[in-house]
Design a protein. Structure first.
Length: 384
């Protein structure tokens, strides 16, 4: 999908030879302007050098000028060499762009853990990468993919003309806090760094941290928002549009879960707090039993109820309601329904589960996918 990046950004991708498939695997976002930015990244104790390096830059509070991303190699668990290889990747791009400081270029990597990064190939590809800089985000969205089956983009335009363009990748090893996803959101809205950093954690918590595919949290994931600050924007409208873009990307990641045939969307209402609503939604979306039932079009509400019960969210069990595809199947007790008819309605690309905890006014959502035999095949053969 061709999407023009916001004002003040250039974007590109090339093939550096990191993927055995020969597909594009080196990507770049660049701006001639200092960029305001905010970052959320994995809480896995095992972190790739790109995560640690970006966090260090983030803590400094300094502006940046872009990010270089490689796919096909996570450059994680590669020791001191991995740290220097990551720095060399940033340095090669910073030099080609004549940046004063190598720290102005952030880094991201995704792929197989434990393999050294072929930096020589990256260096050789950098001139072509910088020469390819342009306005179309499509090549970048393709180049960052690993086991994904589709590129993932979302965008929004604000009333004053500023734009938000989000690009993400993620398919497997996906679970909250955060998942194996990379998300890069670019905007030309004139929103300062302090404001970005104030709103971004909550948006990530309600979007990317509500995605679950297989219960595994990775070592390299990050969600980054960058602003070139070119066009004035209403702050409230911007925050709402930014969350809309992030939510759309989160849903696309779940829909493209490894081996998935269905998107699983869980809406929870009637919670005491947003945190409890999100916890209940995440637990249901991440339940292997619920995921398997979704794959088999089995309207087994008992698995949903059990997942809610272990989520930690408080509910009024006498009034708790569960709906499947818009039909209430449980409300304090089992309700009669046409099991065969509902099963047929579950044979679709999206399964919608609605849960009312009947304990408050807060609500939350989570996104997952069904569990198929293909998921096992993909991950059994991933490195060999």
């Amino acid at each position: 999908m061709a999407v023009r990046v916001p004002m003040g950004f250039e974007i590109a991708a090339v093939t550096a030879g990191l993927k055995a498939s020969g597909r594009p695997d080196l990507a770049l976002v660049y701006s001639p302007y200092p960029l305001a930015w905010a970052l959320m990244s994995t809480d896995n104790i095992v972190k790739a050098p790109c995560v640690s390096r970006n966090r260090s830059r983030f803590t400094s509070g300094a502006a940046v000028r872009g990010i270089v991303v490689n796919s096909g190699n996570a450059n994680c668990a590669t020791g001191e060499r991995g740290i220097w290889d990551n720095e060399d990747m940033a340095g090669a791009v910073a030099s080609a762009l004549a940046l004063a400081r190598v720290q102005d270029m952030l880094t991201a990597s995704t792929g197989v853990i434990g393999q050294t990064l072929p930096v020589d190939r990256i260096r050789a590809a950098v001139p072509a990468l910088t020469a390819a800089l342009g306005q179309d985000s499509g090549p970048f969205a393709e180049a960052i993919l690993t086991t994904d089956t589709a590129a993932k983009q979302a965008n929004a335009t604000l009333r004053g003309g500023s734009r938000i363009v989000g690009i993400a990748k993620g398919s497997g090893m996906i679970h909250p806090n955060m998942a194996t996803l990379l998300a890069f959101v670019l905007t030309d809205a004139d929103v300062g760094q302090d404001e970005l950093r104030a709103v971004w954690p909550g948006i990530v918590e309600r979007s990317f941290n509500q995605v679950t595919v297989d219960g595994d949290t990775s070592t390299n994931d990050m969600a980054l928002v960058l602003s070139s600050r070119q066009i004035g924007a209403d702050r409230q409208e911007f925050a709402e549009a930014l969350e809309e873009v992030a939510t759309k990307l989160a849903s696309k990641v779940a829909r493209d879960g490894e081996g998935a045939t269905k998107l699983l969307t869980v809406h929870v209402s009637g919670a005491r707090s947003g945190a409890e609503a999100r916890a209940a939604a995440r637990t249901v979306a991440g339940s292997n039993l619920v995921k398997a039932a979704a794959h088999g079009a089995d309207p087994n509400w008992g698995r949903i109820l059990a997942a809610v019960g272990r989520s930690g969210a408080v509910s009024d069990l006498a009034n708790l309601r569960i709906g499947l595809q818009g039909e209430t199947v449980y409300q304090g007790a089992a309700l009669p329904f046409d099991a065969a008819g509902l099963s047929e309605r579950l044979r679709t690309e999206e399964v919608i589960i609605e849960i009312d905890l009947a304990a408050g006014e807060a609500h939350g959502e989570a996104w997952g996918c069904d569990l198929s035999a293909e998921y096992v095949h993909i991950n059994a053969d991933y490195t060999t």
